[in-house]
Design a protein around this ligand. Structure first.
Ligand code: FES
Length: 220
């Protein structure tokens, strides 16, 4: 996916897949550019994802408007965060805004599988708790007094996960201990899991595994 801010300041999320042969049109994690030029055969798109040109030997057969544009994904911006849906979003897909000003983000590297981290975040929570919300699959929002934390889990490798703790309405520094505790707990849990001694619990964790199973079954 490509998060792009165009010259007018509008933000879009584009699918990073060239309309010629589905290769990535951007290979850098971040940067600035005037256009996206696919390095494979030279199809070029503007910052809104609109097809601009292609070398004559590989020019598209269908030249009707929009036929060759990059896909634009449904998205919503809230308090500096960009949420997007890979597939069609229902009206309830996007989380509500945290309602507090953005303070900063703590990035925590953890030596555990992302599912262990999700189990930990979901394990001690009650789904009916108004101060807690889970947005399948990888986002948890919780309130602690005036502070709202948006916990975003990003799988990196099988045993490496990043946790982004976005803090709203309070000092980032004050949340570092909590993030470090999550890291310690998840890494311990991962080791115990390897020895097959871990315990699982909570209806929310069960729901997580059920949805995970359905997602895996749907992708096979
Ligand atoms: S795959 Fe992008 S131009 Fe061919």
């Amino acid at each position: 996916m490509l998060g792009v801010r165009d010259r007018e300041g509008a933000v879009r999320v584009l699918r990073n897949a060239c309309r010629h042969q589905n290769m990535p049109v951007a290979g850098q994690p971040a940067g600035n550019c005037e256009t996206f030029r696919c390095r494979f055969h030279g199809w070029t798109y503007d910052l809104q994802g609109k097809f601009v040109s292609a070398p004559p030997p590989v020019a598209p057969a269908d030249t009707s408007p929009g036929a060759n544009d990059l896909a634009v994904l449904p998205m919503r911006q809230m308090a500096g965060l960009v949420f997007f849906a890979i597939e069609g979003a229902s009206s309830g897909f996007f989380p509500p805004g945290p309602g507090q000003p953005y303070s900063g983000t703590i990035v925590t590297d953890m030596a555990c599988n992302w599912k262990v981290c999700m189990e930990h975040l979901l394990g001690s929570q009650d789904a009916s708790e108004p101060e807690f919300a889970w947005f399948w699959p990888l986002l948890v929002m919780r309130r602690s007094g005036p502070v709202v934390l948006v916990e975003q889990v990003v799988p990196h490798t099988f045993l490496r996960t990043k946790l982004f703790t976005h803090v709203f309405g309070g000092a980032v520094e004050a949340q570092k201990f909590s993030a470090a505790t999550i890291k310690e707990t998840c890494e311990t849990e991962q080791k115990e899991r390897a020895n097959d001694t871990s315990a699982r619990g909570s209806a929310l964790v069960a729901q997580f595994h059920q949805q995970l199973g359905e997602a895996y079954a749907g992708s096979s």
